[in-house]
Every structure is written in C-alpha cells, then in structure tokens.
Design a protein around this ligand. Sequence first.
Ligand SMILES: Cc1cc2nc3c(=O)[nH]c(=O)nc-3n(C[C@H](O)[C@H](O)[C@H](O)COP(=O)(O)OP(=O)(O)OC[C@H]3O[C@@H](n4cnc5c(N)ncnc54)[C@H](O)[C@@H]3O)c2cc1C
Length: 615
Amino acid sequence: MSDITRRDFLNGSALTIAAGLTPWAQAVAQPLRYPPALTGLRGHHAGSFEIAHDLRDGRKFSLDGARIEERYDLVVVGGGISGLAAAWFYRNAAGRNARILILDNHDDFGGHAKRNEFRVDGRLILGYGGSESLQSPKANFSKNIAEFLIKKLGVDVARFEKAFDRDLYPSLKLSRGVFFARESFGRDVLVTGDPQPMVSDDIRPEQRNGRPLAQFIADFPVSSESKAQLLGLYDGRIDPLSGKSPDEKLAILKKTSYRDFLMKICGCGEEVANCFQGRTLDFFALGADAIAANDLRELGYPGFAGLGLGEAGNPDLDEPYIYHFPDGNASLARLLVRSLIPGVAPGKTMDDVVLANFDYSKLDVSGARIRIRLQSTCVHARNVKDGVELAYMRGGNLHRVAAKHAVMACFNMAIPYIVPEIAEPQRQALGQNVKAPLVYSNVMVRDWEPWVRLGVHEIMAPMSAHSRVKLDYPVSMGRYRHPRRPSEPIGLHMVHVPVTPGGDARTQFRVGRSKLLGMEFADFEKIIRDELDRMLGPGGFSSARDIRAITVNRWSHGYSYEANSLFDDKEDESTIVAARQPVGRIAIANSDSQWEAYVHSAIDQAARAVRELLD
Ligand SMILES: Cc1cc2nc3c(=O)[nH]c(=O)nc-3n(C[C@H](O)[C@H](O)[C@H](O)COP(=O)(O)OP(=O)(O)OC[C@H]3O[C@@H](n4cnc5c(N)ncnc54)[C@H](O)[C@@H]3O)c2cc1C
C-alpha cells in the first residue's frame, strides 16, 4: 500500500479503531476539522449511519427520559438541499426572527450535495462528492426555484454558459471512448471516437470527435456476427416489431427491459447486450436489464429507428449538462448556508462562493437564530400539544428539543422509524421509496497527458466496476480555474453503481446497498487502481506513480427511487402523495417526496412542506 493510501485510510475509518473510540465519539471529538478536505471513505462515512441502523433494528430511544434543552420555531431533520431550503422558505415566510435548528447525521452539511477539496502539487482542485449539476433548468425549474430561491441566492443559470468551457476537450481532439474489460470481452480494449450522444450531452454533436459508426464498431473486441448485429441496430430499415400497431409497440417497449429488447426482440447475442449493460448506470443507477426499452428510446439508444414510432425525445433532458459549479450542487448548499447564517462565510455572489472560506465553528452558535447541528441523528419526533418534540443522538448522548413545527427532510424510508405515530398506510407508502446506492470517487492525478495520448476525455465501461470514468467538467468560476494544460494535475471522476441483474429495481438497490456497506476504503482503492491502470495504461498512466489522492463518496442511500414502468404501475402517483402527507405539525420534504433524484425536486418539496405548516 502506498503512502497516500495509508494516510487516506487513516483519515477514513481506521483511525477510529486505532484510537479505541466509537466512530461518532471520535468525530465529535474533532469539531474543527474541515470536512470538505477529508479524503478516504466519505459520503455515508463511518459515524453517520450507525444510530439510524440501530433504530431500524429496534433499539429504543426514550424521549421522556431527557429534559427539553432548547426551543425553536422549526426543527429540520436533514441538512441536505431540501432541509436547507426548508429552513430558507420558513424564514422567508415566518420572518427573520424565526428560530430554526437543522440536524444532520453527517460531519458536513449538504446531504448528497457534498464538496470534495484537494491540494495537489500546490494547486487547489475541487470536485463534487454527489449531486452534480442542475438538470435542464429552463424545462424543470418551477416558479419557486426560478423566482425565489435561485434569484434570491444569486444563481443566474446563464452564467454557466460561460463558466463551463465546452470547447476545451474537443479542441484537444479528445472524444469519448468505450472500455471493454477482458472478464467479459476476452481482452482489455479501449475504443475511442464514440459518435453516440450522452443524456443531456455537454459536448455539442459536431464537437464529439466521433468516428463513423462502422469504423468505431469495427474496433470492438467482439465477433463479426456481433458487429453485424450492432450495426443492424442503427439501421432504420429494420422493424423488429413489424406487424404490431404503434400502441402495441409502445406497450411492449414499456414492459420490456432494454437488454431483453436487444436479445429477445432484436435477436442480438449476449455480447451485444453487454456492450450497453452498464452505459445506463450513472443516470439511472440501474443496468440495461432493469430499464424499460422505451426509456432508452427517448434517450437515443439504438434499435428503434425502424419501428416507425416517430422522433422520440424527453424535453426534460434536452438542455446540455453544463449547469455545474466546480463542486457541483455543493455550491447551492453553501449559498443556502451563507444566506441562513451570515458570518459563516464572506461574499455574496455565485462566483465568490466557490472559494469562500466556510467557518464551521459558526454553524451552531449559542444564541443564534439559525443553527446547523452536524453529527446529530434524529431518532424520534412526535406531536405534542401546541407543537412537536424531537430527540437526537450526538456524541453518544440523547438530546430533546421542542418546536412549533418540524420538517422531515431526511430519507422517506427512515421516517416511519423516527415518527412512530404515522399510520400504517402512510408507513407503507414511505417505505416504497427504496433509494439507489452509488459511489462517486474523485481521484487526483498529477497530469492528464495519458488521456490526451489516448484521445479521450471520458470512458464508458459497460461491464466494469466503474461504468463511467472522466476528466472532471471544465468549469472555472470566480477565482477558481479548471486545469487547462494536460501537464497540470486534475481530478478524475469515477462512477460505481453496485447493482447486478436479478430482481426488480428495489431488490437490486437493497442488495447493492448491503454490498457497499461491507466495503472498506482499501477495497474501493484496489478496484480504482486496477481499472485506471487497465483503461489508461496504454497511454502511459501508472496508478502507483500518478495518483495523488482519493476520496470515495459512498452513497448507500443515493438517488430517490423513481417510478419504473417495468416494475411499477399507475398507482404510484397516489403512493407518492400519500407518503408526503403532513402528520400534525410534522411535514415531509426531501427529493424522495417527489420520487425524483433532482435538486429542483428537493427544493420544490421543501417549499411545499413549509407551505403545509404555515398555511
Ligand atoms: C451520487 C449522486 C449524484 C446526484 N447527481 C445529481 C445531479 O447531478 N443533479 C440533481 O439534480 N440531483 C442529483 N442527485 C440527486 C440528489 O439526491 C438531489 O440533487 C439532492 O441533493 C437531494 O437533496 P435532499 O435534501 O432531498 O436529500 P439528501 O441530500 O439525501 O439530504 C438528506 C439529509 O438528511 C440526512 N438524514 C437522514 N436521516 C437523518 C436523521 N435521522 N437525522 C438527521 N439527518 C438525517 C441525510 O443523511 C442527508 O444528509 C444525485 C444524488 C447522488 C447520490
């Protein structure tokens, strides 16, 4: 194990064992460390989830045994975007004197919207640990977001059009590539010049540096029969469902997975299906075996041109994926925190927040109207006469607070355990939102010359543990500059989704989650090094020499569940609405309340929850 590995591992979980402390006690003992700069195993890090799992497993936390220590107007459970936005909307409606406490079980605020910070060879490099970009703001942003939160926080989405340098990688003649792993395809091969579009592609079609399809496919390490089948998928003269009406075809495509569509309807072999299996993982957290063919028809996957169903598309995903701060949506969380707690950080613009120094000691100051309390897991919330009471665990101790209102902006599936008075039908509805597990790793490397030598800026690896590996988005904002020269250090972004075919989406998510929880930093690191060496080695990359730091953001509870036409039926809308009903003075937020893994849903649901409390 290299030096960097040992240091990162110590920063991750081993230190707690070495010090003989339980993870939460060790973390609370170091309140002044700066969380965004911690490397090793982050995301749902050690110390953040154990109490919640104890609660799930039947441990009892008695509210009555503790005295009420503090009183607030609002207590928010969950310091992600939804919880922070709920605090913001509440203060906006109830007045600047409103007293608000936000509880979160992690050692940093932002929920999935986490910032990863690195110093590499003297240079600051920012990365995003989870929630990445604003998705199609023109199409998706409601009045709440466009006119209130975003405008008041100073986020001008047009600013990203200049900040995101869409020309950088194309100007260096870089393209996307597909990596074929030897375990599935017989030998390791990286094929560059992928001409196919990505969802909400940030690269303009004419700048993709893609090769003609036939040339691109000719280099795949698959049989000539598979190559012919692959080319056939793009041939508009072939209708694999001929004889069916358009409605019948659509009904079939909604109930058939893309993998089955390729193999059972288009007659392709397994080798061809494997070329697409993991291409869907980053966006859906599911492989091609668990996504309806129709969903991928809308995203431009091949096989549908001859069906005569007309142009497919999804207007919600049409805008390019350029609405991205250098630390992803963590900047939104930071803007919210800076607005809620003046004095925590200097500045007032979307540009200056990128490098603003956040003073974590100011998050939870005695006497302040708004306080953010980290490393605090809510274990009980209940309605009482004229208000609510909540209990949370921090540093091994149970604390009790009272408030007029509460917003549960945490995972929907956890709420029935925290609020036992919720009636059975709502418990069932909340429990339907089984979140998807996924891992975003940021790997700092000393330069990106190997990528330029190979001619790629992004690699899709349909049968590898990391299904997507890329040079970070080229975004420069404020005084922060994205590396422009291949000789400079850069952050690589790697996506791992631990699902495997078998069972419906919820089953795959549950199995994947338990697999993730059994993995340590060293396990992730081993896979990262192996796959980077195999993908980039022919370009001169050596993990032993080139890697400077690694942060693994493990999200066992990642994306909100989204309705899936393969496994769900039309009753889902009523399930979603039933799940988010307020319980007395306790309202329910989080992007889970919309069954959409988007930051705009997290904000919309916060606004709705606060309206329910104050109307
Ligand atoms: C890897 C990844 C990438 C994503 N990329 C995008 C993207 O590009 N664009 C986009 O729009 N969305 C993206 N998302 C979706 C993301 O979920 C939303 O954007 C948004 O950040 C969700 O915010 P939230 O506040 O609803 O939930 P969360 O961010 O999950 O916040 C909830 C918080 O509540 C805490 N909590 C839970 N239980 C308790 C308890 N008992 N006590 C105290 N605290 C508790 C949680 O730990 C968490 O910190 C991504 C998600 C992931 C995981």
